[in-house]
Design a protein around this ligand. Structure first.
Ligand SMILES: Nc1ccn([C@@H]2O[C@H](COP(=O)(O)OP(=O)(O)OP(=O)(O)O)[C@@H](O)[C@H]2O)c(=O)n1
Ligand SMILES: C[C@](O)(CO)[C@H](O)COP(=O)(O)O
Length: 378
């Protein structure tokens, strides 16, 4: 599964006013577009991020990192989305989230909920049920009531399997308010996911004050967790450490693949989330985890972090053993752990020490591992 995120930012923001289009105005220290981008960055699940801009706004993107793909938009929102979808065709993208850059307060848990829901439906979108009574008005007077049952306020990101939404946009005659309308016109069923009151769209000048209050109120949340694990040596000709297979004259004993380094790291992440340890999520009494690859546990811990809006700040794993020598494998371990956690390698450290021939590690009876991890929700 390869997820892409499209942020449409090519509108003119005429209703919002201001000295520049609303999406380039600043809120809580960043442009509106950058606030929306930040949520996708922290979520970390999107392999491609495309921002659709108006050609006049190119200078606003100066200094952006190279991995943000900038595409020019069209006359309407639907044309802007279409340009981004066409830019993603051929990149291997299998799922896409399409978001109004003008909704800067979306939360990372909302992105995670939509992503999970896409496992069960080809199209999902956030919305809030209408709770207020609805009236029809005429000349400043209440002219009638409108039943509110079954009515929803639509939000973005709207999320789709890629091939059907690309085909739907190609086939649509134009004039759709959003991508759900395009998808439905092509016969796709769209599942509703609970939206968020805070995920407002900046439409009018007064919306900026509310959005700024929401973003400033969030602050930064940093969590620290520690993990420690030990596995005894047993007969064997290889062992697994931090996701790397190392030929050795002993193996490691365990219910799973006994990857002691990855277990300590996984426990550090669960610890930062106050979610117990691996045994709580993958009981050793459960035969389905016999011989399991430990990356399952690490991915589960990272998914739990992202579902709560956290991403990895950094982690540091120390392996304690006399043998095998870790140095020659440390780079591969760093790369493998970074790949499994879907984070940059410079956030991952793997190092080793001996215990000066003291204790059980010194007597070569087993390997111990320590890990620390920070999680950040910004
Ligand atoms: N041709 C367009 C029109 C809109 N959008 C984007 O679609 C989102 C939702 O549109 P809306 O809030 O209606 O934005 P504007 O069209 O900019 O607003 P206005 O109608 O007030 O000018 C915004 O992020 C906007 O930048 C876009 O990418 N391309
Ligand atoms: C896509 C959208 O944000 C869903 O609520 C909306 O349809 C676009 O904004 P507009 O104000 O209707 O142009």
């Amino acid at each position: 599964m390869t997820l892409a995120a499209i942020l449409v930012a090519a509108g003119r923001g005429t209703r919002a006013g201001g000295d520049r289009p609303k999406q380039w105005q600043h809120l809580a220290g960043r442009s509106v577009v950058e606030q929306a981008l930040h949520a996708f960055r922290v979520h970390g699940g999107a392999a491609h991020i495309v921002v659709v801009i108006h050609p006049d706004d190119r200078p606003e993107t100066a200094g952006w990192p190279d991995d943000i793909h900038v595409v020019e938009g069209g006359e309407t929102r639907a044309q802007s989305v279409r340009n981004a979808l066409e830019a993603l065709a051929g990149t291997g993208t299998s799922r896409v989230m399409i978001h109004d850059a003008a909704r800067p307060c979306l939360s990372v848990p909302l992105i995670a909920r939509l992503s999970a829901a896409l496992d069960h439906a080809p199209a999902v979108a956030p919305a809030l049920a209408v709770t207020d009574a609805l009236w029809r008005g005429q000349d400043g007077q209440v002219a009638g009531v409108q039943p509110r049952d079954g009515l929803f306020r639509a939000q973005t990101p709207q999320a789709f399997h890629f091939a059907p939404i690309l085909a739907a946009h190609r086939a649509h005659p134009g004039g759709a308010a959003d991508d759900v309308e395009v998808a439905r016109a092509a016969g796709l069923d769209v599942m509703i996911v609970e939206g968020e009151e805070e995920n407002l769209k900046l439409t009018w000048p007064g919306d900026f004050t509310r959005a700024e209050k929401i973003l400033k109120g969030r602050g930064m949340d940093i969590r620290l967790g520690n993990g420690f694990d030990v596995h005894a040596f047993c007969e064997g000709d290889h062992l697994w450490l931090c996701g790397v297979r190392i030929p050795h004259d002993r193996g490691l004993l365990g219910h799973s693949d006994a990857d002691v380094g990855m277990h300590a790291l996984t426990d550090a992440i669960y610890g930062a989330l106050a979610l117990g340890d691996i045994g709580r999520h993958f009981p050793p009494s459960d035969p389905q985890w016999k011989g399991a690859a430990s990356e399952i546990f690490l991915r589960h811990a990272m998914d739990a972090a992202r579902a709560r809006g956290f991403n990895l700040g950094n982690c540091d794993v120390t392996l304690i053993c006399e043998a095998p020598k870790i140095g020659p494998h440390a780079g591969a371990m760093q790369a493998r752990l970074a790949e499994i956690m879907a984070v940059a390698a410079d956030r991952v450290s793997v190092k080793a020490t001996t215990s000066e021939r003291l204790g059980f590690t010194g007597r070569k009876e087993g390997i111990a591992a320590l890990a620390s991890a920070t999680l950040i929700r910004a």
